[in-house]
Design a protein around this ligand. Structure first.
Ligand code: NAX
Ligand code: K
Length: 484
């Protein structure tokens, strides 16, 4: 599991540790790790031009100390101090002692073989200040390495409020920060390197499943299993007007680990033609027979209102997507909050904006995309439901505030019907008894892998390609390391 902690949590852990260690120990560890990553990025350290953009805090201090280490190995290190009077004294002294120097020439940025962004880290708030902002757009020759966080990216949320420094690599200390994993911030971070500094941290509020974590969440039938014990997932989707969404949601559901898929709706004929293994009725969730979870909404059109109402009236977990979310936005949070069985909502940014309006929050789709973690958490708390917010970074948030971020996605998944497959897949995992957080995050992980697999080296894919890739993605996750 990749763990991400907030600036406040890191500071608390740091304070506890600093009290026990000689002064400068933690920064020394951070700088050593940082310098090692930089050395690895340079063809050779000796003779390379290294520029430090140094702000006034400890982030600048880390960068200056790392540059001092590189200078001792023969790098030509320079520091551009953004606020010379407040520069980190010990860091600057170390750099000068190692033969480095200061510069006020902004062209040093473009000449450098490697730039260390030590402008701001955990103490950064808001966009880069005017003295630093021009570096966001200047041409560069070598890699930019962000110290702890790319400056201008909010470490706790990934929000980017203005100019920010795009990094090729980020070296973070002690733990990941949510802003490194969540777009738009994640797009500024480049490759992530974690340097351990010995912090004793509380449980992480934000996590990202890694391969082994996702594999461990996949249900595997035991010797005693039969289709009912593996779980039956109900899918109320599609309509006479949108039969395709039903076909795609059922396709996803068939690959989610449930033993059987029960379909209800007005696209039964199309569903059976495409998926003869599905059990079909036209009667709606109330009379469709026993299931362990319901998926409602994809392509549901006018049927979605009744399907949502009937599904919520059952005692099993419900996943609401697409038209069911539009309906839920109209009904407001009273429809889900306090329901004894869990609810998983799977909006894209536009649907999330509508659901937020139901909570009295005014944010359009673009604002939701810019503030994903906030939007997912606000919806989860407001609707008393787990919320899987789809997009360039998919975020799954529980009402208790915990969140998971999916890192397997690809832009090629932004294709019509891909969300229907995801809804069926996540609903199927819910039917196997996974919690909504586990079902949602495992589904997003698999869906991303299937999308990548289908896209190959890059090229358009269809939702059916994604569904077809799920078997391979699942098998690949379960294969011992190295099989793929
Ligand atoms: N907390 C920890 O456990 C550790 C922290 N370390 C380093 O310390 C950093 C945090 O240091 P600080 O708390 O001194 O804070 P920062 O160095 O992140 O920022 C401090 C200063 O930057 C200014 N600032 C804030 N927002 C700005 C903006 N948008 N543009 C320009 N300037 C801005 C503020 O005036 C503030 O004084 C971490 O990111 C990390 O690099 C490491 O040395 C190791 C351990
Ligand atoms: K930084």
């Amino acid at each position: 599991m990749r763990h991400a902690h907030t600036a406040e949590q890191v500071r608390a852990a740091e304070a506890a540790l600093i009290a026990r260690l000689p002064e400068g120990t933690l920064m020394g560890r951070a700088a050593a790790g940082l310098a090692a990553v930089c050395a690895g990025l340079l063809p050779r350290v000796y003779g390379s031009r290294v520029l430090v953009l140094a702000g006034s805090g400890d982030n600048g201090g880390d960068a200056l100390l790392a540059a001092a280490r590189l200078a001792r190995r023969g790098a030509r290190a320079e520091a551009l101090l953004l606020d010379p009077a407040r520069a980190h004294a010990a860091g600057l002294a170390a750099l000068l002692a190692a033969g480095g120097r200061t510069t006020a020439d902004p062209d040093a940025f473009t000449r450098a073989d490697l730039v260390l962004d030590g402008i701001v880290g955990l103490g950064g708030r808001g966009p880069l200040r005017p003295a630093a902002a021009p570096f966001a757009t200047l041409p560069r020759r070598g890699p930019v390495v962000a110290v702890d966080v790319p400056s201008g990216v909010d470490p706790d949320t990934g929000e980017v409020a203005g100019p920010a420094l795009r990094a090729d690599a980020t070296v973070c200390f002690g733990t990941h920060k949510p802003g490194l994993l969540i777009d738009p911030g994640a797009r500024y971070a480049g490759t992530l390197h974690l340097v351990g500094i010995g912090l004793d941290l509380p449980p992480a509020p934000v996590e990202a499943l890694q391969r082994a974590d996702a594999a461990a969440l996949l249900p595997v039938p035991g010797a005693e299993s039969d289709k009912y014990r593996r779980g039956v997932v109900g899918v109320a989707a599609g309509s006479a007007r949108y039969p395709g969404a039903a076909v795609l949601a059922v396709a996803g559901a068939l690959y989610g680990g449930a033993g059987a898929v029960r379909y209800t709706g007005h696209a039964a004929a199309e569903v059976v033609r495409r998926h003869p293994e599905a059990l079909v009725t036209e009667d709606g969730p109330a009379r469709a027979g026993r299931v362990q979870a319901w998926v409602v909404g994809p392509g549901g059109g006018a049927d979605a209102e009744r399907a949502l109402r009937e599904a919520l009236d059952t005692g099993v977990p419900v996943l609401a997507d697409a038209d069911a979310l539009t309906e839920l936005a109209r009904l407001g949070p009273a429809a889900t909050a306090g329901r004894p069985a869990p609810v998983l909502l799977t909006p894209h940014a536009g649907e999330a904006a509508r659901l937020l309006a139901g909570l009295g929050e005014d944010a359009d789709a673009e604002q939701v995309a810019a503030r994903r973690l906030w939007a997912a958490r606000r919806l989860a708390a407001g609707y008393g439901a787990t919320v899987l917010l789809k997009g360039s970074t998919t975020v799954v948030a529980d009402p208790d505030g915990r969140a998971r971020v999916n890192t397997t996605g690809t832009g090629w998944l932004g294709t019509a019907g891909s969300g229907d497959v995801l809804a069926g897949l996540a609903g199927s995992l819910l039917a196997t008894g996974r919690t909504p957080l586990d079902a949602g995050s495992a589904a997003a992980h698999l869906h991303g892998l299937a999308g990548r697999e289908a896209a190959g080296r890059g090229g358009p894919i269809t939702a059916l390609d994604v569904a077809a890739g799920l078997h391979g993605a699942w098998a690949g996750l379960r294969a011992p390391d190295g099989d793929r």
